[in-house]
Design a binder for this molecule. Structure first.
Ligand code: PGA
Ligand code: ZN
Length: 417
């Protein structure tokens, strides 16, 4: 496949903030993709744009002619694109560009994007750059082996922290999560929506300040505290419960600063608070329980709860080196993968490889400022994610979950043929 031209513009995300939209032209048509924006970002994330979004748009337009010199025939050939844009654009722009290229390649080959990932499995995976041209192939059973588990949904139902832009009392923790136990994505999605709807009634009853408002990720806003929220959630035995503490967002001068200053906690105190919450509410999943440099406290928590998911998001920032460090320190047993934290899908592939080799669970995740881009579903399925964290409501989030439902349906049809 030859890329005949590249163009870019800015669009608005679900928070009405600007983000990048990239389109490419090939012999078979025009293909586009956009990138999301984070808010509670890890400080070790790659910069979304080299200098600014506008400068990245200019840079891509300037480089447009160079792409046609390269042949892109396999996922691994994204390296050729990266060589052209290296040093000129940031992670958000790179992610949108590579996503658009994968969509074009999928169309050319008559495949789904997820089928391009590990296409060469069994030969050589990530380093392979075979040049031979292959004719568009019919879907065969071989395409469905290897990858091929449906990830479990992780949905944010009540939120606080940086995603909840209100005056007054709100939860210090960023996300209260429902992790469905249902067999299919479709059932899980329905279950999560049903529980979230029922929470409105509970919150109305328990929280006199409840105004039926939702935050950046469309999670309910409440003035209840962590324990009061978990008390409401614990009756839902059809799901596992999780938290994204996003602890870096309220860590300053060696302390975790809570809304009530009397509750400010040192790392040790934060650890014992979380230990209690995990025990009392049987929590299954805890993301970023400590700030993004404190590998040691993560390790202490994992040692106490090897059977729960201790998840690194800001700690790892989809970076292979940080993941290796966390593995060496036994800090986590699950990792968040947000492709635009690093921008390079080849690096995403590396992170997933390392995770799988070390039995670290993989959680593909949306960002708090989302677009209707749905490639995350293909990436999660292609890279054999264990979980898919993508909210519960809102057209931007539902687009990605719907894509997974589509993949699930496709697989089922195929098996029934
Ligand atoms: P984001 O954070 O605002 O950076 O997308 C989401 C998260 O912490 O999981
Ligand atoms: Zn997080």
């Amino acid at each position: 496949m030859k890329i005949k031209g590249v163009d870019a513009k800015s669009i608005l995300d679900s928070r009405k903030e600007k983000t990048i939209f990239v389109s490419i032209k090939t012999a078979v048509g025009n293909f586009s993709a956009s990138a999301p924006n984070g808010k509670s970002k890890g400080k070790f994330e790659e910069k979304p744009y080299k200098k600014s979004l506008e400068e990245d748009i200019k840079a891509l337009k300037n480089l447009s002619d160079y792409f046609s010199e390269e042949n892109i025939n396999y996922f691994e050939d994204l390296k050729r694109i990266e060589d052209i844009v290296k040093g000129h654009i940031g992670a958000n722009t790179l992610f949108a560009l590579e996503s658009a290229a994968l969509k074009a390649l999928a169309k050319e080959k008559g495949k789904n994007v997820w089928q391009l990932i590990n296409e060469n499995a069994g030969k050589s995976k990530i380093s392979c750059t075979t040049k031979s041209e292959t004719a568009p192939s019919r879907r065969t059973e071989k395409d469905f082996v290897g990858a091929r588990k449906i990830p479990r949904l992780v949905g944010n139902c009540i939120g606080g922290g940086e995603h909840t832009n209100i005056e007054g009392k709100k939860p210090d923790f960023q996300e209260f999560l429902l992790i469905s136990k249902a067999k299919t994505i479709k059932e899980s999605f329905e279950k999560n929506k049903e529980i979230k709807k029922s929470l409105k009634i509970d919150l109305k009853e328990k929280d006199k300040n409840f105004k039926e408002k939702k935050n950046d990720e469309e999670a309910w806003i409440t003035s209840l505290n962590e324990k009061e929220i978990l008390d409401i959630l614990k009756k839902h035995s059809s799901v596992n419960l999780g938290l994204d503490v996003a602890a870096s967002s309220f860590y300053k001068r060696k302390k975790y600063h809570y809304y009530n200053p009397l509750l400010d906690r040192t790392s040790e105190e934060q650890l014992s608070y979380l230990v209690n919450l995990i025990k009392n509410f049987n929590l299954f999943y805890i993301e970023d329980p400590f700030e993004e440099e404190d590998f040691e406290s993560f390790s202490k928590l994992l040692k106490k709860f090897p059977d729960r998911l201790i998840v690194g998001d800001d700690l790892i920032v989809t970076n292979p080196k940080r993941l290796e460090k966390a593995i060496e320190k036994k800090a986590i047993n699950a990792v968040i993968v947000k492709p635009n934290q690093c921008g390079s899908l080849l690096e995403v592939a590396q992170v997933c490889e390392i995770a799988k080799k070390n039995k670290i669970k993989i959680i593909f995740s949306h960002r708090s400022g989302e677009t209707e881009e749905n490639i995350l579903g293909d990436l999660a399925f292609g890279f054999e994610a264990d979980f898919f964290k993508c909210g519960i409501e809102g057209k931007e989030r539902e687009a990605k979950i719907q894509r997974l439902i589509e993949i699930e349906k496709d697989l089922k049809n195929f098996k029934e043929v």
